[in-house]
Design a protein around this ligand. Sequence first.
Ligand code: BGC
Length: 273
Amino acid sequence: MTQAIGIDIGGTGIKGGLVDLERGELISERVKRATPEGGEPDDIVQVVVGILAELADAGDRAAVGVCFPAVVRNGRTMSAANVSKKWIGLAAEQLFERSLGHDITFVNDADAAGYAESEYGAAKDVDGLVIMTTLGTGIGSALIYRNLLVPNAELGHIDIGEHTDYETHASNLVRERKELSWKHWASRLQPYYATLEKLFSPDLFVVGGGVSKHADEFLPLLELDTPIVPAALRNNAGILGAAALAAHGSGQRVTRGAEQLVRETTPTPPSGS
Ligand code: BGC
């Protein structure tokens, strides 16, 4: 399969496009709508139905990947930081599939972005551990070890010093709302990346989200031992990753990836136990 549709649901905007999976590029226009106020399930589903209808002409029989800003386990959304709390525990994949009349692959948004960067972008062929972070309405994160995605890392919500749930202190939305200078924002990002560095010893940080196009303004202000680079795919990483995961048989690949890791790292119990 050489084409698939990716739809990236965020706390502020919902974007979609048809993707050339060989080149990792959008080959349709990028359709974008505002996320409905309150982020209620039915309202978001209706927007996604509209976006898919617009894209369907372009990619009639393509696989569809949808990514969402929450923990996604077995098709259920298990958290809701920047959308309605009604998503918590909801069988969201099934809800989308019924409304769209189409099977989908359904994953976390930062996981999709991280997967795209490891397939096509800044983390391609990086040996070792890559931490992708998306700085947007919230802070999303993805862990990719030797191209294997470990799903549902939620590193945007860690506590640092007196700041609980760090995304509420350092996301790009906070920068915009509080009109922080780049220098001031970087002083909030510094302890964040330093903490991740201490906890994970990654080989590379990739920084995504719309603000990554201004990376020159804030990344050089950070003092870290780990290289830190902007997402090569900019704000399209979620769309590209959702599409790629859909085509690569992904829900499976993501889940199987995690199971495989567990199998490889869990000692075999002694016989007789
Ligand atoms: C959510 C994550 C999501 C991130 C970026 C966070 O608030 O908990 O699941 O990846 O925002 O959208």
